[in-house]
Write a protein that binds this ligand. Structure first.
Ligand code: NAI
Length: 464
């Protein structure tokens, strides 16, 4: 008997994969989704964005109760941490969301198959279950959305206990006394913040001269200063060259501008980036081209690999490993399969680091404008000037807007401050619609809100 032929096989049920499934069903395609884990949602829902934000929110409550409530006249003399409850809550947030997603997928008639997928032909995927049973699926198109995994540093292999990735750092059963974080990017700063707020002494080792190096330099300065004030220590221009675990302690050798030093800690979180999860997908057998240095899959602007029926998106292809990038690419790839013009505007792709305050950005930085010889004006507005921020007692940070010197079109917005993650949305829409800074400045913003700082920064652009 001929196997059923689907319109689409999606490999992976993370933000990229599940968005592709739902989009394809909306466009009337028959869809089967192969996922190796029991729960859908990928890294984002199970061991990334969602559990980390649950812990960031909980740990912030703890930190604020200890350090900030008193200034509001709320006295909590005996604030205690119940880490078990905090972790159980995080797990419930994850299981509620993954359960909801399962129901959404099956409710939309997406067929789910559990197991590891391997391409066995341009239109064929073999699925191997944990009990080693195999099943062959066939489809007109295949979308690879298998995601990524943490990068290991040579000489510091993950042991799941002392030298760990973000996965384990989301589930420590006790607060480490000393936590060393390698990598001052999004994961290092977010999880470093969580454990620092809960009482760990956190040191971040970063090989570059600055943390969060993709952000605008003004934002980085504020971020580093505030995180230091919160208790995080930074060792910049530094690399860990060796680690030894003895009697429950990790001894590390650090190299900084040619000079060596030693450090001791309980746990090391390695957060130096993620790599595409391509192993076992059968790319080599099918001759699917990848980028030699990074291992990312090569695609054209329609997300098609060199095998026209096989598409790839998200962390498998170049660009930042962001859930919203993956889902935008997934929707565009499926539209392309359906003969529609699917595309992603990478010039208006927001990014956020969920420290407190948050750091958020969209578009180019001032350094990039200079590098590319783009004439620009900039406007800034500090949150000390925001009535709403004063009421909340959160006046750290600022909004910075860059616009083209001739057209005033917004080129980039950089926010460090309360609710930056949400404030960046209006700036992203402005960029998507090709708005000028004046358009933002002339738009009436509710008072008193944090968003007025965006309006004021935009108004400042015209004065510069
Ligand atoms: P990252 O690429 O954001 O940052 C890694 C940092 O480690 C860089 O600053 C790099 O210079 C440094 N580094 C690399 N090798 C090093 C070494 N040997 N010693 C010391 N420092 C070293 O990677 P991260 O934080 O692991 O995140 C992975 C991906 O996940 C990124 O694409 C990130 O954007 C994404 N992500 C996004 C989040 C968000 O949107 N809030 C949250 C967490 C992750």
């Amino acid at each position: 008997m001929m196997a059923k032929e689907y319109d689409l096989i999606v490999v992976g049920a993370g933000p990229g994969g599940y968005t592709a499934c739902l989009k394809a069903r909306k466009l009337g395609m028959s869809v089967v989704c192969v996922e190796k884990e029991e729960r859908p949602g990928g890294v984002c829902l199970n061991m990334g964005c969602i559990p980390s934000k649950a812990l960031l929110d909980s740990s912030e409550h703890f930190y604020n109760a200890k350090n900030k409530f008193a200034e509001h006249g709320v006295i909590c003399p005996d604030v205690k941490l119940d880490l078990k409850t905090m972790m159980a809550r995080k797990e419930k947030v994850v299981s509620d969301l993954t359960g909801q997603l399962s129901r959404l997928l099956t409710g939309n008639k997406v067929e789910m198959v559990q197991g590891r997928a391997k391409l066995t032909g341009p239109n064929q995927v073999e699925v191997r279950s944990d009990s080693d049973e195999t099943k062959t699926l066939e489809a007109k198109n295949i979308l690879l959305a298998a995601g990524s995994e943490p990068i290991e540093i040579p000489g510091l292999p993950f042991d799941g206990k002392h030298i760990v990735s973000s996965t384990e750092a989301l589930s420590f059963t006790e607060v480490p006394e000393e936590l060393l974080v390698i990598g001052g990017g999004a994961i290092g700063l977010e999880l470093g913040s969580v454990w620092s707020r809960l009482g760990a002494e956190v040191t971040v080792v970063e090989m570059l001269p600055k943390i969060a190096s993709v952000m605008d330099s003004l934002i980085i300065r504020g971020l580093e200063r505030v995180l230091k004030k919160q208790g995080l220590a930074f060792r910049l221009n530094s690399k860990v060259t060796e680690a030894k675990v003895e009697k429950g302690k990790v001894t590390l050798r650090l190299e900084s501008r040619g000079e060596g030093s030693a450090l001791e800690c309980d746990k090391v979180l390695v957060a130096v980036g993620r790599k595409p999860l391509t192993a076992g997908l059968g790319l080599e057998d099918l001759g699917i081209e990848t980028h030699a240095r990074t291992g990312h899959i090569r695609t054209d602007s329609r997300y098609r690999t060199n095998i026209p029926s096989v598409y790839a998106i998200g962390d498998l292809i170049p660009g930042p490993a962001l859930a919203h990038k993956a889902s935008a690419e997934a929707a565009a790839a499926v539209e392309n399969m359906a003969g529609k013009p699917g595309e992603v505007n990478y010039d208006a792709l927001p990014s956020v680091i969920y420290t407190w305050p948050e750091a958020a950005a969209v578009g180019i930085t001032e350094a990039q404008a200079k590098e590319r010889d783009i004439p620009y004006h900039s406007g800034t507005f500090p949150f000390t000037g925001s009535g709403r921020a004063r009421c909340m007692g959160e006046t750290e940070g600022l909004v910075k807007i860059l616009s083209h010197a001739k057209t005033d079109r917004v080129l980039g917005v950089h926010i460090f401050g309360p609710h930056a993650a949400d404030l960046i949305a209006e700036c992203t829409i402005a960029m998507e619609f090709g708005a000028s800074a004046e358009d933002i400045a002339r738009t009436v913003h509710a008072h008193p809100t944090f968003s007025e700082a965006v309006m004021e920064a935009a108004a400042g652009v015209r004065k510069s």
